[in-house]
Design a protein around this ligand. Sequence first.
Ligand SMILES: CC(C)(COP(=O)(O)OP(=O)(O)OC[C@H]1O[C@@H](n2cnc3c(N)ncnc32)[C@H](O)[C@@H]1OP(=O)(O)O)[C@@H](O)C(=O)NCCC(=O)NCCS
Length: 213
Amino acid sequence: MISLSSGVRIDVCPITALQGAVLQAEASLLDGVSQARAREIIAGRNLARRMMKCMGLPAAPILRDQFGAPIWPTGLCGSIAHSRRHVALALSYLSELRSVGIDIVDGDSLGQEARSIATNEEIQAFVASSLASGIDEAANLIFSAKEALFKCQASITGNQDLDWLEVRLSPGADGTVSAAAPSLPPLFEDTVRGIRILLEQIQGVNVFVAALR
Ligand SMILES: CC(C)(COP(=O)(O)OP(=O)(O)OC[C@H]1O[C@@H](n2cnc3c(N)ncnc32)[C@H](O)[C@@H]1OP(=O)(O)O)[C@@H](O)C(=O)NCCC(=O)NCCS
């Protein structure tokens, strides 16, 4: 587990290393899901519990809201992501951050899909920054950064329909990524603008963490 200066604690672990039981209250999360999906769900809950224990907090169930977002114990905000092999977790006290989102950069090529998630300007800005070495990598990073941002903004704005091209990302010289959403109403736009996105490498896995103070 590492703690960032923003107050968010993040951890990444192989899914295979976090198997075992979930809490009784979480059992219904596994109803009707594939074995692979069940392993992701179990790993996310067990990683969250491991981190909560490190923070001196009691074990508590992590259920889901109607949109699929995790419901955290009172006083916490957090986010979960999976790739084929890993699970990633970001957790913070609400007294330190209003919301947080995390996504794993899994490196799969987006192909033609890249055009629907990023503008040419965003791709060029990422290629020109120290973050990406080419167009494919830039598209991948933008995709993942926007997923982290989506998870971060959702609990604040309630906007589940945020479109990829409504958000414009700009990599900064300090390695952070800032966001804007000029076409959105002020509440949504202010929230998106307030989010700072950071690329971190944890246990050899790249993750984007989006945090809102
Ligand atoms: C919700 C979403 C971001 C999940 O991403 P994914 O790549 O499918 O899956 P990940 O492994 O990264 O994340 C899965 C976790 O996201 C969390 N999640 C699911 N829905 C969520 C939501 N509406 N808000 C916040 N978190 C959510 C859950 O914790 C889930 O894990 P769990 O089911 O084990 O608890 C994605 O499916 C989605 O709907 N995105 C909307 C489009 C988008 O991102 N647009 C960007 C616009 S800028």
